[in-house]
Design a protein. Structure first.
Length: 229
């Protein structure tokens, strides 16, 4: 019998800390990690570079199917993304890619084209998948689903700090504005909108440290799979 893959989904808006949580959880549990936002970002970057209009649904879906993208870890264990063999990790984090990603992500044919690629990340012993629709569409049978929230101001502050720490220029009021616009688009699109799955646990991390969020998440995981701590 094939070894099972336990899936933990972490969904939420930009800057909620879902990427940080998912990465720490995966490391702690020895699971694989899928940062699905990176897939939409890398598709958007490829489209911008090749001059594919961000509303040309069929061309973008075709590009999504043929995309040469690899997720790797550096020697220091930092994640990096290669597009056509080139390390584009830094470029992906900018808000220009975030905004373009949210535009292409609203197109149903694009989402359909990326579905199998995302599901292929599920390998034993398990996967932590973060994004917007991990618990609702991509892994609807996941036994642990977390929806991470935080106030818009706090999310903008976190994203600002994250970008600054990576040496990327950003302005707080602009970031707040861009995150608000992106949220609005992600929550109101007709296909796979950002919303908690009915069986998700909602965690508001506004006043929680990342360690507290991680503890809560590990508690939820231990209900389905007791872990040595
Ligand atoms: O999480 P991140 O900010 O990297 O995602 C960039 C954009 O990609 C989001 O604003 C969203 O529109 C899109 N996305 C999505 N579904 C996912 C992950 C990301 O629609 N599962």
């Amino acid at each position: 019998m094939a070894e099972p893959c336990l899936v933990i989904t972490v969904d939420g808006p930009g800057g909620s800390g879902k990427g940080t949580l998912a990465r720490l959880l995966a490391r702690r549990l020895g699971f694989h990690w899928l940062d699905s936002g990176s897939l939409y970002r890398v598709l958007a970057l490829a489209a911008l570079r090749r001059g594919v209009p961000l509303d040309d649904e069929q061309a973008l879906a075709e590009l999504a199917r043929s995309l040469d993208v690899r997720f790797e870890a550096t020697d220091k264990g930092e994640p990096r993304v290669l597009l056509d063999g080139e390390d584009v990790s830094r470029e992906l984090r900018g808000e220009a890619c975030g905004d373009a990603a949210s535009r292409v992500a609203a197109l149903p044919a694009v989402r359909a084209a990326l579905l199998d690629r995302q599901r292929a990340f599920c390998k034993p012993p398990g996967l932590v998948a973060d994004g917007r629709d991990m618990g609702t569409v991509v892994f609807p049978d996941a036994p642990v689903k977390i929806f991470l929230e935080a106030d818009l101001e706090e999310r903008a502050r976190r994203r600002h700090k994250q970008l600054k720490d990576q040496g990327i220029d950003a302005n707080l009021p602009d970031l707040l504005d861009e995150l608000a616009k992106r949220d609005e688009r992600d929550r109101n699109r007709p296909v796979a909108p950002l919303r908690p799955a009915p069986d998700a646990t909602i965690l508001d991390s506004t006043r929680m440290s990342i360690d507290e969020v991680l503890e809560r998440a590990l508690e939820l995981v231990s209900r389905v799979q007791p872990q040595p701590r």
